[in-house]
Design a protein around this ligand. Sequence first.
Ligand code: ADP
Length: 507
Amino acid sequence: MTMSAEALAADYLATGTVAGTPSGHFIDGREQDSLSGEKMDIFDPGLGRPFAAVAAGDRADAELAVASSVKAFPAWRRLAPAERGRILNRMAALIRENADQLAMLETLDVGKTLAESRGNAHSAARTFEYYAGVCDKLQGDSLPVGFGQIGLTLLEPVGVVAQIIPWNFPMTTFARGIAPALAAGCCVVAKPAETTPHTAILLARLLSDAGLPPGVCNVVLGEGASVGATLSAHPDVAHVTFTGSTKTGVRVMQAAAEHFASVTMELGGKSPVIALADCDIEAAAQGAAGAIFENAGQICSAGSRLVVDRAIHRKLVDRVVEIAGEITVGHGLRGNKMGAINSRRQLDTILGFTDRARRDGRAVLCGGKQLQDADGGEGWFVGPTVIDDLSDDDPCIQEEIFGPVLSVQVVDGPEEALRAANATRYGLMAGIYTANISSALAIARDLESGSVTINDYWGGGVEVPFGGVGHSGFGREKGLVAVQAYCRVKSVVAQVPTTLSQETRNN
Ligand code: ADP
């Protein structure tokens, strides 16, 4: 890598293409076209037009990738754990070295800003580094079975695992699923979302450069209904880690159930940011804005609801609207603070919610409309949106919008805040803003949510387990606990020969 992201960006904006863009599946240690020869266009959401084409795989490519991983598994699981750790550490270094190219392609695929993509590349590197250190620390127990026996547990890799990846955070989702799986000694077949394939191919290439043997991490590109469905239903896949919509998650679980594969389900969310009357209003306003406007709100754990005490409601919401007004929206490579919506389909979904809110007479304080790029491009943009004072049963409170839309619920006191926060079927994340740590902890304990942050919505990193309750799914990614999904416990009990006399044994 010689060109900086800025130089790559300038080159792309002038020519409409990126030199050296990868385009094939990564199977058995090399990039390859689909068996059918089919290709699919990849759109730049910031321009609303294709900038590249990649292999469009189907069932046959997915089966080839699984067979390759099955073949690679026996040697990979036997490799010394410390050597697995060295490979993952080299991967972290290679991601950092190639962060500019990765960030550039992530921005073109997803629509996010270059700054966000760069942050994601570094977070992916950190994730590989974290799990590199875990490889040689996975250990079982000794079991208290009595003097005549010795009992122990062995942690074994589950086998070949599928990773089905969404379009909003392709790099970080790849890293948080694949690094712990490799650390545990599993082989992986990854399927990026159809609109965002490029960084997965590059990451597979970097893993190979880091010394990962062929077949240990394969990447198959293509539609969810063919490649994703084949992987979830494949009898040789022992575990499926799925990140995506609740609706598709149900399908994946049904397919996995047919062959007793275990699953991790990281699904949708409708996460609340709770602002109590005694909070630091500026910190809460910045936190709430960051919780929903980052990545243009296309985050399963976005803080998409603001549950605010009536005593500070006006002041806090006015300040969030002011912050929203300062956010420039446009192509992710042009230095804007907010990038594009990933697809025309997603843009229409978001506008469907905001149009309906307007028709129903809701107070749409800002945004809620398609925006033109200031540079005259035809990309897919929605401005930061705030909809005030909604009732618990409003669709904007109950349904995941997956865009930069903050829906406000006004409450009286902490009890009502807790009730309002828990009033959806989702439970992924929640933020609490208050000066009183006891109130925060009491609410944290009673929230129906996989994670809670206090006075910093995006607090924590790869060390902190992440996952949902209710319709947000189950299983945990990140942290040490994530490795459990990729390990199975084998109990071994041995009868100990009584070769020693009772007297010797007692001494
Ligand atoms: P969205 O509707 O926003 O595209 P999805 O949950 O459908 O979100 O997509 C998340 C991931 O799941 C993508 O990689 C997609 O290709 C994949 N996918 C979609 N449908 C299926 C399916 N039936 N089986 C397995 N994976 C699927």
